[in-house]
Ligand binder design. Structure first.
Ligand code: 5GP
Ligand code: MN
Length: 335
């Protein structure tokens, strides 16, 4: 597979690298690392990296590089999609994917749909950054590439904490540290640090959370009103569902946030209107939230998955809880 991928790179003149919509640490890290590497290893090729809405905390990783957000008129020979389980996740860049002569999909999501000409997804890898590391020639990895890969691995493993952290993940991290990267700074500044107002929003989401399904599911909803109150964007919600997940006894944690108001309800204060909600889920023990996400056209991993749902808050909550209950019941009957 390694050979097939590098052959495709060798044969292409114009190469586009792209991650998913609302890029996270692994997406930005893997895209930037591959971009820097291909530019270095193949100085004669035209290489483009596309990402839209890069969270502020990752901006320093991209500084000095021409990250394209406006989707210029480029028809690449080769399009490499990173960290995307399906081509819909490419958002506006999907057009460039469709236009490319050859497409490659490099990922680590169990729900990957093998949508490209060359599909390389390793469900056991902690992150796409880890998958990318395995494809690179160690001798060409420099400090900037190492820092980008490290950031990606740190984010998708919750600072090497989640069960997707393997012995190999730690070996790779060890090798990356040899490049003299500011590891403590990367962890603090991109993972843990929150603004005062982000902390207040987190506190509010925890305060508004409710327990369901015999206290095995915790759910909180950030409505547009709440987000406005804290002058917050989606990016500010990062990490909150992980805080909900560590509630004792919980198998499934859910954070929903309202992304679009479709129709106002009769009584606005009752949230009776129809809206679109982005659902973010985390699992403990044997629970598999990717199965729930897939029921609603989303995807992800066993322990972290997401989808988008539309309806009144009551409808969406009811449907989601019923699906979580169904998956949970089937899993715990089997054990
Ligand atoms: P988060 O809850 O942090 O947004 O996402 C957790 C995981 O689920 C990520 O790995 C992400 O790629 C995946 N995910 C979240 N939302 C969606 C979605 O709408 N579609 C797909 N395919 N995956 C998603
Ligand atoms: Mn990832």
């Amino acid at each position: 597979m390694r050979e097939k991928i590098w052959n495709a790179v060798n044969n292409a003149g114009k190469i586009a690298i792209c991650g998913h919509v609302r890029p996270d640490g692994d997406c930005v890290g893997s895209c930037m690392a591959l971009y820097m590497y291909v530019k270095k290893a193949y100085p004669d090729k035209e290489v483009y990296v596309y990402m839209d809405g890069i969270p502020k905390v990752f901006e320093s990783m991209c500084r000095g590089y021409d990250v394209i957000t406006d989707y210029r008129d480029v028809s690449p020979d080769l399009f490499i999609a990173l960290d995307c389980s399906d081509s819909e996740r490419l958002g506006d860049a999907r057009e460039y994917f469709d236009r490319a002569d050859v497409t490659i999909n490099i990922d680590h999501h169990i729900s990957n749909l093998s949508y490209a000409d060359i599909n390389h997804f390793m469900a056991k890898s902690s992150s796409t950054s880890e998958v990318i590391y395995e494809l690179l020639d160690e001798n060409l990895i420099d400090k900037a590439i190492a820092a980008a890969l490290y950031t990606g691995i740190i984010h998708d493993t919750g600072v090497l904490q989640y069960s997707n952290t393997s012995k190999r993940t730690l070996e790779i991290v060890g090798n990356l540290l040899d490049h003299g990267i500011p590891s403590d700074k990367i962890i603090d500044e991109t993972f843990y640090q929150k603004t005062y107002s982000q902390n207040l929003l987190m506190a509010r989401c925890v305060l508004e959370s409710r327990m369901y399904l015999g206290n095995r599911c915790i759910m909180s909803v950030a409505t547009k009103d709440i987000l406005e109150e804290y002058n917050a964007t989606t990016e500010d919600l990062d990490g909150i569902v992980n805080i909900l997940r560590i509630t004792k006894g919980v198998e499934c944690a859910v954070l929903m946030h309202e992304t679009k108001i479709i129709s106002e309800g009769e009584d606005i204060s009752e949230n009776s209107g129809v809206s679109e909600y982005k659902v973010s889920m985390r699992a403990n023990n044997d629970m598999d939230v990717s199965r729930v996400a897939l029921m609603y056209g989303g995807g992800g991993h066993i322990k972290a998955a997401g989808c988008t749902m539309t309806g009144t808050l009551e409808e969406v909550t009811k449907k989601l809880l019923s699906s979580i209950n169904e998956v949970m019941s089937s899993i715990y009957q089997m054990v």
